[in-house]
Design a protein around this ligand. Structure first.
Ligand code: SF4
Length: 181
């Protein structure tokens, strides 16, 4: 994978996930240092980190993680199907870089989402569809009131992420073209 301006000029990668990842690394190299000095961004990143941890703890506590692991091993496989990565834009990928994650240079499995590794999703900040999705098996095996509580907790994560995304867009004043990638 190429990073930086070289990638931006490379026509052959068009609107692919490779281009979005290249843009995310480009944003990191150009804006990360400045943005990380902004108190509001620092607070939102800290809050998001905490919110994500709380969501995962609740998923573990009520048995969602166990159901997903069991399904991946013995059931219908992962619901992180090929093409799911299309829901991600360069700003959200950039936020993952700011949270200390690394974006993979290639997909692990062409039949799955680009971001699904052998250890699960490589991303920390994720789209609503990845955070909130509850399959039929989970809805059947876990009490409804527990799932409602989980969605409330996940809502806090998504709210913080939304505020952070909007603030970053405002701060770096990206062109409309980049926002749409
Ligand atoms: S949770 Fe991660 S691996 Fe699964 S679909 Fe979402 S981004 Fe892809």
């Amino acid at each position: 994978m190429r990073h930086g301006n070289e990638s931006l000029k490379a026509g052959h990668i068009e609107n692919s996930i490779s281009k979005k990842i290249a843009l995310a690394y480009d944003l990191q190299s150009r804006y990360s240092k400045t943005l990380l000095q902004d108190e509001k961004i620092k607070n939102l990143l800290f809050q998001l980190d905490k919110n994500i941890e709380v969501t995962w703890k609740e998923m573990e506590f009520i048995g969602v993680v166990k159901e997903c692991n069991d399904c991946a091993l013995n059931g219908g496989g992962s619901c992180c199907g090929a093409g799911m990565e299309k829901n991600y834009d360069s700003i959200l990928l950039f936020i993952n870089l700011m949270l200390g994650k690394t974006l993979p240079p290639d997909s692990y499995d062409p039949n799955s989402c680009y971001f699904l590794s052998g250890q699960g999703c490589v991303l920390m900040a994720r789209q609503v569809i990845c955070v909130n999705y509850l399959c039929q098996r989970i809805c059947k095996n876990i009490q409804q009131e527990k799932l409602i509580r989980l969605q409330k907790i996940a809502g806090e994560e998504l709210k913080t992420l939304f505020l952070l995304e909007e603030y970053i867009k405002k701060k770096i004043r990206l062109t409309q073209k980049i926002y749409k990638t």
